[in-house]
Design a protein around this ligand. Structure first.
Ligand code: NI
Length: 268
């Protein structure tokens, strides 16, 4: 486990930008608007399988050890996911959103593939300091990837990319020269980034105290045994939070919006 939160995020960021070149371009675009002030991340998201070796709890342990606390849980019925979010007492640190796939709810065929992948993993790997950006711990064929993709885009992404940040999220509230998510989206579109339009460019809004948008995932060539294939990698999200009636800024997530943000790695 990492003992330094900033070192963990530096490592997560380096791993993420290596397969998400758009992230550098987004930073350059927004930093220009911001006259070089720092970009603050609202949250970082992770995906996992709900199996013994890879459970959400085991990923969360890395963050609990750094002072994070669990603050909310979410159910994504159609995608067969459970998720929880974690917050750090230092509000300038990103929130953490971890989802896990309910493997037992998939077809026998998909379950067999996932069990075969995770069986190749060292049971202690999840405790390694670098686990959260350690990528794939198994061999995966193109056929297995495509079989999973038929049933669960999430399962296929996780099988191909393993453990790493799925997305980082710019906190629009912390931008000084841009006030709204709509303005961010306009900047992104002008710069040529494709927005995730599932459920509209902006998911949620002031009525649910959280507005979110995202660009579609970059695409990278991945090795599947002796074959290779270009598939979606990671993406950047943008979040604007609003005050609740009690005057406090909402810190949770909105399942209906997150459900659509998941589609940012969908190439179909
Ligand atoms: Ni997110």
């Amino acid at each position: 486990m990492h003992t330094n939160i900033d070192t963990l995020y530096d490592n997560l960021w380096q791993d993420y930008v290596a397969i998400t070149p758009s992230a550098h371009k987004v930073h350059a675009l927004l930093k220009h608007e911001e006259h070089s002030s720092e970009i603050v991340n609202d949250h970082v998201a992770f995906r996992t399988f709900n199996l013994e070796k890879t459970s959400l709890d085991k990923l969360a342990a890395h963050f609990l050890a750094l002072g994070y606390a669990e603050k909310g849980s979410y159910d994504f019925e159609a995608k067969k996911l459970d998720a929880r979010h974690f917050e750090h007492p230092d509000t300038t640190k990103p929130k953490v959103f971890i989802s896990e796939l309910r493997v037992q709810d998939l077809t026998e065929q998909s379950q067999a593939i996932i069990n075969k992948l995770v069986a190749q993993m060292d049971a202690q790997a999840v405790k390694n300091e670098d686990f959260l950006y350690s990528g794939r711990h198994w061999e995966l064929t193109k056929e297995e990837y495509e079989t999973l993709l038929e049933e669960s885009e999430y399962a296929a992404w996780l099988a191909a990319w393993g453990f790493r940040a799925n997305h980082f999220t710019v906190s629009v509230n912390h931008l000084h020269h841009i006030d709204t998510l709509a303005e961010v989206n306009a900047e992104l579109k002008e710069a040529g980034f494709p927005l995730n339009t599932v459920g509209g460019e902006i998911k949620g809004g002031e009525s649910v105290f959280l507005a979110q948008s995202s660009i579609m995932a970059d695409r990278q060539v991945v090795q599947f045994g002796s074959e290779e294939k270009e598939i979606p990698s990671c993406f950047y999200e943008f979040a604007q939070r609003y005050n609740m009636p009690n005057g406090e800024l909402y810190q949770g997530f909105v399942a209906e919006s997150a459900d659509k943000i998941f589609e940012s790695t969908n190439s179909k």
